[in-house]
Design a protein around this ligand. Structure first.
Ligand SMILES: *Cc1c(COP(=O)(O)O)cnc(C)c1O
Length: 432
């Protein structure tokens, strides 16, 4: 498969080169040249397939020139070794739990796939690759875990000091080995700006091979389409049209769902639910895109003012605003509404949701007001204990801490504090 830059000012590349580069030289996001629908029989018989088989058939066309089938199967077996269950919340509403991976964030799947691909591509390569990534919360832990111990790859993670939860911070600052955590005195936007500046800084890129592990990277972004297929497999027997509500920040997850739809998955509609960082909900009202500085909320992994994947979504619908509005609704909710939703979900079903999932629930409820005859799934993107304080304060309960989390809580944080881009640059120039 050929990938092209959405800015159309850079050469086309293979999957391998798109993964290694992360972003195109013209700063555009890479996009697959073609999305060929899977045969109807795939969806008709999906219940008979294992998750690994579904994933293999779905991603094969995008990667097959660079990953031999045997390698792809090994990677998928390795990364999909946990469950993606649907839990019923109320009539016509279920939640798709995406948090059963090693860091209990849905980003585990994309991070593991990318780490495996990069590890495979850099086998026998003398030059090491440095993965540079900014995180507003969960990306860091998932990337750190996915890449831990991968030969030939070093990882540098930037996170905003004091703006990620304690557990999130522990997950990205306690691993050591090839993982370095940079604690930035600033916001997530500052972290992202530093990363973007470094990619354009030839002093650094002449010195070392840099790549990104944010969802701009096709190997992080594309495998997220699996979730929607795994959900479809479980929910198709409901006999109603399925809609998905996705708590959204950089809009990679919802965009991957739309790729699943292009592959032929029967689904009626997507709802992108956001916190008060409402750049896209505003766009869906009037077709005007105005990025804004991000605002801190209790669903901090979605505190994004200029979602990087939205350009991919517009492209998927040929930049046709009407076509997009047929397939996507987007609503925004504040922290108070989010907490009330967590309480409401808990009251009606006993289910403990995290703030991100609760935002997804709210988006779904709003959509179903006018679309009652649908079966709605909201995505639970993180385990509630990763947002322990919010969950304790809002629901007055003490959730059990799963073993994955217990493992990191007692470990000592190791981070490098930085305030300016120059400090990051110095670090990158002085390490191999
Ligand atoms: C990253 C993240 C999101 C947002 O996903 P995008 O693909 O960036 O829209 C939502 N919830 C959690 C817990 C996350 O970590």
């Amino acid at each position: 498969m050929i990938f092209y830059s959405l800015n159309k000012q850079a050469p086309n590349v293979s999957f391998k080169d798109a993964v290694i580069a992360g972003i195109a030289p013209d700063k555009g996001l890479y996009f697959p040249e073609k999305i060929t629908p899977l045969p109807n029989s795939f969806f008709e018989n999906i219940e008979a397939l294992s998750n690994q088989e579904i994933a293999f058939k779905a991603i094969h066309q995008f990667v097959n020139q660079d990953l031999p089938d045997k390698t792809l199967k090994r990677i998928l077996a390795d990364m999909l070794d946990f469950e993606f269950p649907i839990v019923e919340i109320e009539e016509s509403i279920g939640t798709l739990e995406l948090f059963h991976g090693p860091t209990m964030a849905f980003k585990d799947v994309g991070a593991r796939f990318m780490a495996n691909c990069l590890g495979y591509f850099s086998e026998g390569d003398k030059e090491e690759v440095t993965v540079l990534v900014a995180t507003s919360g969960d990306t860091g832990g998932a990337v750190a875990n996915g890449f831990l111990g991968v030969k030939g790859v070093n990882v540098v993670i930037l996170y905003p000091s004091g703006k990620v939860s304690e557990i999130q911070e522990k997950q990205l600052t306690t691993l050591g080995q090839n993982i370095t955590a940079m604690e930035v005195n600033g916001t997530f936007d500052d972290c992202q700006r530093m990363v973007k500046t470094a990619f354009l800084d030839t002093k650094i890129t002449d010195h070392k091979k840099l790549t990104s592990a944010n969802s701009i990277n096709v190997a992080r972004w594309l495998p997220q389409l699996f979730y929607f297929l795994f959900a479809y497999k479980q929910a198709k027997s409901k006999g109603k049209e399925i809609v998905f509500s996705i708590p959204s920040g950089n809009f990679g997850n919802v965009c991957a769902g739309m790729v699943a739809q292009k592959l032929g998955m029967p689904t009626k509609h997507f709802i992108a639910a956001t916190n008060v960082n409402d750049t896209v909900p505003k766009y869906m009202e009037n077709g005007e895109y105005h990025p804004r500085p991000s605002i801190a909320t209790i669903s901090n992994a979605m505190d994004v003012g200029d979602p990087s994947n939205f350009v991919r979504i517009r492209h998927l619908y040929d930049n046709d605003f009407n076509e997009l509005t047929k397939n996507l609704s987007s609503f925004s909710f504040d922290d108070n509404e989010t907490k009330k939703a967590m309480q409401n979900i808990h009251k009606i079903s006993g289910y403990v949701s995290d703030p991100h999932g609760a935002v997804g629930y709210l988006g779904l409820k709003k959509y179903q007001e006018n679309n009652q005859n649908t079966y709605g799934l909201f995505l639970e993107t993180a385990h509630p204990v990763k947002f322990l304080e919010v969950v304790q304060d809002t629901l007055n309960i003490d959730p059990e801490i799963p073993s994955q989390i217990k493992k990191v809580i007692g470990k000592e944080k190791v981070s490098q504090k930085i305030s300016t881009y120059e400090e990051l640059k110095l670090y990158l120039l002085n390490t191999k």
